[in-house]
Ligand binder design. Sequence first.
Ligand code: HSE
Length: 337
Amino acid sequence: MKLALLGFGTVGQGICEILLKKKDYLKKKYDFDFNIVAVADFVNGNVYNPDGLDIPFILEQAKAKKKFTKDVVDWDNIKLIKECNADVLCELTFTDLNTGGPAIEHCKAALESGKHVVTSNKGPAALKYPEMKKLADKNGVQFLIEGTVCAGTPVINLIDGPLAGCVISKICGILNGTTNYMLSEMEKGMDYDEVLKVAQELGYAEADPTGDVEGYDARGKVTILANIVMGASLEISDVSCEGITKITSDDIKKAKEQNARWKLIGTVEKKDGKVTGSVAPEMIDLSHPLAGVMGATNALTFSTDLLGDVTIVGPGAGKIETGFSILTDILSIHRSK
Ligand code: HSE
């Protein structure tokens, strides 16, 4: 499989590291072979080699924040997407939940030129999923988005796969790793600005962390779940949203005294045929299962008709954790060949 990576930050480097480390295992276990033929990044530049790039060298240059020096092309992203010989475009650029750009244009260009798209970018998924899916179907390719919700923890694929046949009436839980990490560390005594900086260094936070702390990232994920799992047609602005910026160390201390903990909770619910979504901080009793979910971990409970509640707990952010979401969708395309 020939891969093109658009965006070579945390997630792009994460998927490369996984692919290099697991090359032999993937070949042996799944008969999966790959070449990364194109990489585009606004810091490092754009490179293309139809026979495969020198990935260890590129990783080294990117980590040193140097411009790429080998296989450099002066094509812009759209030309690179259209002209390269990749089978799959991995769209891993920064999320813009207001316009979806430039990721929407990248995905469109790939789908229109007959390339599968795998993405962890919430913009195209939250703002344009029906359009992207339609374009993918028309061109006989796939548009896969596991990494947009809860990093590599299987959520979207869980619904389409193992939970297919269940009707889901409610989804509720912790959808943002950064804020859960911040609330966890603030409880241990770290202050807000200090802990946000660490979350950025660990690769949890969005390029603009306002998206995390104001709840916009979780709101994007609630919108994706509402539309894809519940079949709704919600706009991001239909989802009520409050972040954690008003929660002080004092609030956290007070919650502790009451045997409770603050969590940023995202909810999607279907009642009388109408789907609603919300994001808000909630003070949760320590006896509640979500209260024990700490750090950048996410947890989601699906209320189903056949199984009752099904809860999945796993990483919600991070380089390898989100890199894995790209691998899982790539392998799914490989299996469907
Ligand atoms: N900034 C996001 C989070 C990354 O903290 O959950 C994963 O979407």
